[in-house]
Write a protein that binds this ligand. Sequence first.
Ligand code: VGL
Ligand code: ZN
Length: 212
Amino acid sequence: MAMQAGGEGDVLLVVDVQRDFCAGGALAVPDGDAVVAPINQLMKHFRHVVVTQDWHPADHSSFAVQHPGRQALEVVETPYGKQQLWPVHCVQGTPGAEFHPDLHWDRAELIVRKGFRREIDSYSAFLENDRTTPTGLAGYLRERGLVRIFLAGLALDYCVGFSALDARALGLEAWVIADATRAVGVGESQTAMELRLAALQVGTVTAGEFMR
Ligand code: VGL
Ligand code: ZN
């Protein structure tokens, strides 16, 4: 099947393709680097490209080191509910926060930064983890008339997945490009997210379907 995409109302959202989520990075996603080549190809098929950047202050509250006695991947209670802890990653202005060196991010019309408030983490490109603080992306897409969103990048079970769910909640049509994303957790969290995505009618396509 060939996907007719890249029209005026379509946007490619490239999520968190940053050094720290790739090989050798602080929070490396297994096989994360593999998303770069298909994303660079996909960018040629879209008139509109938006990229996101995880962008934390050095003392961000999602970092395990900010919680004495706690380890990365443990879960803590916060004023907005449960929050998973992570190793220090994507600190503002550091090499780990830079885009993957091969990513053609110059094609992007907009860079959305998220997770820059110390007290709140942000997985979704639309709403932070308190589920009320907006990033501004919804308003941007609305004003630009971008109504169909195609998602790629890292990681499927966190930032890509929550962005797709929030896109559906906003009434956008949403598609995940399966071979242009990878999950942090193998198995459980990936399967759980795939079920949630399917339940909200997020479609799945492969990068090859765009190549005409
Ligand atoms: C992400 C965990 C922490 C992601 C960001 O981009 O999926 N995951 N911060
Ligand atoms: Zn983060």
